[in-house]
Design a protein around this ligand. Structure first.
Ligand SMILES: NC(=O)C1=CN([C@@H]2O[C@H](COP(=O)(O)OP(=O)(O)OC[C@H]3O[C@@H](n4cnc5c(N)ncnc54)[C@H](O)[C@@H]3O)[C@@H](O)[C@H]2O)[C@@H](O)CC1
Ligand SMILES: Nc1ncnc2c1ncn2[C@@H]1O[C@H](COP(=O)(O)OP(=O)(O)O)[C@@H](O)[C@H]1O
Ligand SMILES: [K+]
Length: 486
C-alpha cells in the first residue's frame, strides 16, 4: 500500500484499461483472491485512520465495490471492531465474489442494519466503484449526503461513489466533498479521475494497493510525473547559458500582469528578462525589480529569445501575434494571446503551422480560455479535462497546459498527458497564471524541451504553494513569483 503525493511518479489507467488488468489478474489467481486482498487493505487503512473507532459504518453497493465493503467489514470484525453494514440492492443479484464476501461478513458476526448508525467514527464508502453508470438516487444518494454532511472521516473504496474515474466529474446531485476528511484507497490501478477536476476534493488523500498484481500492465491513459529533477548549473556558465525571456503584454492598466511574468522568469533562473509593454505610457523602469529590462514590445528581436506573450495584453496583442509566431525561438502563449487566437481563424492556422514546424510552443489556458479555443462551453471542457488538453495539443501541434485543480499537460505526440499533483487553492488568486507563464518561459529559455519545461514549471509553481509557510503572509502572485514570503 502506497500513499500518493505530489512527488509520486506513476502511470494512470482509465476504466477500460483497469477492467482489462482486472480480468487478466483474476484469471491468473484463485477465485475471490482480489476481493479478499482489497477488503483486507480497506480494513487495515480503516484501522489506521480510526484506531479508536467504536462504530464503523460500511455502506455497500450492489456490485463488487460493495463486495469490497462486505469483505472489509468481515476483516474489521475479526480484529475486534464493530462495523455496521447498510447495503443497497437485491442480495440475489450480487456478483459471485460480492456474494461470497457478504457471507463471510455474516459468518464473522458483522451487524447489518437497514439505516446508517446515528453515531459512527468512520464511514466506509463502498457504494460504487468503476461500475458507476448513473447518478445515485434514493437511499444511495441519502447515504452519500449523510457522509458528506456528518463531518466524520470517510474512507472511499476504489473510487469515491459518484465520481467518474476517467474524468473526475461528480454525478449529478452528489455534493462536492468539503465537510469531511476524505481518504480513498484505490485498487489495481491509479485512475485519472482521482486527480483532476472534482477528483481531488472527492478522494482526499489517495492510497494505492496493486493487490499483488503489479506485473499486469496496459496502455497508460495519463501519468503523474512526480518532482522534477534539479537542473544543475555548470560552474563555467554565464547569463547567456540560461537564455533570454521576452514578456510581451501589459496593455494600459494591466502592466502588472506582464511584470509578474517577468519577475517569475527572472526568479525562475532566466539569464536576462525583457518586458515588452504594450502600454505606450508605461514607466521606463520597474524600480522594485530593476533587473527587468523594460522595452516597447514592438522593438524586441525575438529570434533568439523565448517569448511569453499575452499576460495582461488586451486586444492589441492580436496584431503582434503573426510576427511573434514567425520569429520567437520558443514561445509561451497565455491569457489575451489565447483569446485573440480563439477569435481569429487566421491566427489559429498560423499557430498550427508554427506547431507543425516543431518550434517549441506552450499554451497555458485556464478552462474558460480553453473553452474559447475549442469553441465549447467551460462545462464541456471540465467534463473531460484530459480530452480537452489532448484536443488542444493535437489541434495546434503545441504543448497544452490546461490549468486548474489537477492541471493537465498534454503534448501533441504520443506521450500520455501528465496530471500535476502539486498546488492547492492558495493559487486561486489573481496573477498566479502570469507567474506560471513566466516560469515556463524561464525553463524553455534554459533549453528544456517544451513538454518538460511545461510540466516541470507547473510542478514547481504548485510546490511553492504547497510548501508556503502556514504562518507567512498569504500567497500573492508577487510573492509566488519571487518564491519567497515578504
Ligand atoms: N471483481 C473483483 O474481484 C474485484 C473488484 N473490485 C471492486 O469492484 C469494483 C467494480 O465492481 P463492479 O464492476 O461490480 O462495479 P460497481 O460495484 O462499481 O458498481 C456496479 C453496480 O452498481 C450498479 N450501479 C451503477 N450505478 C448505480 C447507481 N447510480 N445507483 C445504483 N446502482 C448503480 C450497477 O448496475 C452494478 O450493479 C471496483 O471499483 C472495485 O471496488 C476490486 O476490488 C478488484 C477486485
Ligand atoms: N484550486 C487550485 N488548485 C491547484 N491549482 C490552482 C487552483 N486554483 C488555481 N490554481 C492555479 O493557479 C493558476 C491560475 O491561473 P489563471 O487562472 O490564469 O489566473 P490569472 O489569470 O489570474 O493569472 C493556474 O496555474 C492554476 O492551475
Ligand atoms: K466507492
Amino acid at each position: 500500500m502506497q500513499r500518493i503525493t505530489s512527488a509520486t511518479a506513476a502511470d494512470l489507467f482509465d476504466i477500460a484499461a483497469t477492467r482489462r488488468i482486472e480480468q487478466a489478474a483474476s484469471a491468473a489467481l484463485p477465485a475471490h483472491t482480489l476481493m479478499r486482498r482489497a477488503g483486507l487493505a480497506v480494513a487495515k487503512l480503516a484501522m489506521a485512520i480510526a484506531p479508536h473507532a467504536r462504530t464503523i459504518w460500511v455502506a455497500c453497493g450492489p456490485g463488487n465495490n460493495g463486495g469490497d465493503g462486505f469483505e472489509a467489514a468481515a476483516q474489521l470484525r475479526h480484529r475486534g471492531f464493530f462495523p455496521v453494514v447498510t447495503s443497497i440492492g437485491d442480495e440475489g443479484m450480487l456478483p459471485p465474489d460480492a456474494k461470497a464476501s457478504l457471507q463471510r461478513a455474516r459468518d464473522a458476526g458483522v451487524t447489518f442494519a437497514s439505516t446508517p448508525p446515528s453515531d459512527y467514527e468512520l464511514a466506509i464508502d463502498a457504494l460504487l466503484g468503476i461500475g458507476s453508470t448513473r447518478p445515485p438516487e434514493g437511499a444511495m444518494a441519502d447515504w452519500l449526503e449523510k457522509m458528506h454532511a456528518s463531518g466524520q472521516p470517510v474512507l472511499c473504496v476504489d473510487v469515491p461513489s459518484g465520481l467518474n474515474a476517467d474524468t473526475g466529474t461528480l454525478a449529478q446531485g452528489v455534493s462536492p466533498a468539503q465537510a469531511s476528511t476524505r481518504t480513498c484507497i484505490t485498487f489495481l490501478t491509479l485512475k485519472p479521475g482521482l486527480f483532476t477536476a472534482q477528483g481531488r476534493d472527492a478522494a482526499g488523500t489517495v492510497w494505492f494497493d496493486d493487490l499483488g498484481c503489479g506485473a499486469f500492465k496496459d496502455q497508460p491513459t495519463a501519468r503523474i510525473a512526480g518532482a522534477p529533477e534539479a537542473q544543475p548549473r555548470n560552474h563555467a556558465s554565464h547569463k547567456g547559458s540560461y537564455g533570454d525571456v521576452a514578456v510581451i503584454g501589459g496593455a494600459s492598466g494591466m502592466a502588472g500582469a506582464a511584470l509578474l511574468a517577468g519577475s517569475a522568469a527572472l526568479h525562475g533562473g532566466a539569464g536576462r528578462v525583457f518586458v515588452g509593454l504594450l502600454d505606450p505610457s508605461a514607466a521606463p523602469v520597474d524600480t522594485a525589480r530593476p533587473e527587468l529590462m523594460l522595452r516597447d514590445a514592438r522593438t524586441l528581436d525575438l529570434s533568439s529569445m523565448t517569448a511569453v506573450c499575452g499576460c495582461g495584453a488586451g486586444e492589441a496583442v492580436g496584431e503582434l501575434l503573426p510576427a511573434v509566431f514567425s520569429s520567437a525561438a520558443a514561445l509561451v502563449l497565455d491569457a489575451d494571446a489565447l483569446n485573440a487566437i480563439a477569435a481569429d481563424g487566421v491566427l489559429q492556422a498560423q499557430l498550427a503551422s508554427r506547431g507543425k514546424s516543431g518550434s517549441p510552443t506552450v499554451i497555458t489556458p485556464h478552462p474558460l480560455e480553453a473553452a474559447r479555443l475549442l469553441d465549447r462551453s467551460v462545462g464541456e471542457v471540465q467534463a473531460d479535462r484530459l480530452a480537452a488538453a489532448r484536443g488542444l495539443a493535437a489541434r495546434f501541434g503545441v504543448v497544452a497546459v490546461l490549468k486548474g485543480s489537477g492541471t493537465v499537460v498534454a503534448s501533441p505526440g504520443e506521450a500520455p498527458p501528465i496530471i500535476n499533483l502539486s498546488g492547492n487553492a492558495r493559487l486561486a488568486t489573481a496573477g498566479t497564471g502570469d507567474v506560471l507563464a513566466g516560469m515556463i518561459g524561464a525553463a524553455l529559455a534554459a533549453g528544456r524541451p517544451a513538454f518538460e519545461a511545461a510540466r516541470e514549471a507547473v510542478w514547481q509553481h504548485g510546490h511553492i504553494a504547497d510548501t508556503w509557510p502556514a504562518d507567512a503572509a498569504p500567497l500573492t502572485a508577487g510573492t509566488l513569483a519571487r518564491r519567497a514570503p515578504v
